[in-house]
Design a protein around this ligand. Structure first.
Ligand SMILES: Nc1ncnc2c1ncn2[C@@H]1O[C@H](COP(=O)(O)OS(=O)(=O)O)[C@@H](OP(=O)(O)O)[C@H]1O
Length: 299
């Protein structure tokens, strides 16, 4: 991609800390991401592993505003995709943005959370890897997941299934346990695998619902988790009333919101069906809270 070709081209006449590291856009396109002398491509020290639709893109981009962090813009899918994994570690390192030696490289691939074998592969690369997981209300996450697939189908000129068709077993009318979006929201199933490989204190959990309404408070906890100073304030993030979400002040002249696929309106869903989902998730949430030694305001 354009991104990668720029990554291999050093631009030396740019001063560190003066905006060299951030997205540069021209006519809405990312055109260049120059880096300073001494910058190198480093393995990530921190991974955002998921969960899908829980604000992983917002986290990655907001954290990229920090001078101590360089985020890989694309989802690299190294640990979950055998085709990429078999390219080897150098391939992975070369997929990273340039950063100064004391900066933390950050990568996010939400599929890591649900992919078997990934925790072990990450541990083999770096047993000290810091791991970030964002969680949202499980029912809202299901609906967000459905909404994404709904629009993906529309874009491919396919007819999307109704939510009820996906969510309910056609024979019994019960919730469809084979529905992938439902399975992903049973967070403790996947979490159990991660906690077998990584100690709890190496995993930071973000409240993805709170990230939407008070991003600075969630980012601040991550800054602490990563041993970074507190830089991301409401000078850098502002509430964009048109979008209905927080957007970024990348520098004094550039503002940036997440892409149009983030924060789409969810379809109206029968409140009874929502209640059935909530009821289904309740005991699973309790298991999760126990596992994580932390509660969330989901009922
Ligand atoms: N600031 C800001 N701007 C836009 N969107 C925001 C923001 N903060 C959090 N979110 C929520 O992020 C949800 C998408 O999550 P992900 O980025 O993890 O999705 S993905 O798995 O990478 O497709 C997305 O879910 P939907 O609202 O269902 O689209 C948003 O609610």
């Amino acid at each position: 991609s354009l991104w990668d070709t720029i990554g291999n081209r050093p631009v030396s006449n740019v001063i560190a800390g003066s905006g060299f590291r951030k997205l540069l856009e021209e006519n809405g396109k990312i055109v260049e991401r120059p880096h300073p002398d001494g910058a190198i491509q480093q393995f990530p020290k921190c991974l955002i592993i998921g969960v899908r639709k829980c604000g992983t893109r917002a986290l990655l981009e907001f954290l990229d505003l920090h001078t101590g962090i360089q985020s890989a813009y694309h989802e690299v899918h190294f640990f979950d995709d055998d085709k990429n994994y078999n390219q080897g570690l150098e391939w992975y390192r070369k997929s990273m943005p340039y950063s100064l030696p004391n900066q933390i490289t950050l990568e996010k691939t939400p599929r890591y959370f649900i992919s078997h074998g990934v925790p072990y592969r990450i541990k083999r690369l770096n047993s000290d890897m810091k791991i970030i997981v964002s969680l949202r209300h499980p029912t809202i996450r299901v609906i967000s997941d459905y909404t994404q697939i709904y629009y993906n189908k529309l874009m491919k000129n396919e007819t999307p299934d109704k939510f009820e068709t996906m969510a309910l077993d056609p024979e019994t009318g019960d919730l469809n346990m084979r529905y992938k979006a439902l399975q992903i929201s049973v967070y403790h199933h996947n979490f159990a695998r991660w906690l077998k490989i990584f100690p709890r204190n190496q995993i930071h959990i973000v409240d993805g619902d709170n990230l939407i309404v008070d991003p600075v408070s969630e980012i601040r906890k991550i800054e602490k988790f990563l041993g970074l100073s507190h830089e991301i304030t409401y000078d850098k993030l502002y509430f964009n009333t048109t979008r209905g979400f927080y957007c970024m002040r990348v520098n004094s002249t550039m503002e940036k919101c997440l892409g149009a696929s983030k924060g789409r309106r969810h379809p109206d869903i029968d409140p009874n069906l929502i209640q059935r989902f909530n009821k289904f998730f309740r005991p699973h949430n309790e298991k999760l809270f126990k596992m994580l030694n932390r509660r969330f305001p989901w009922s």
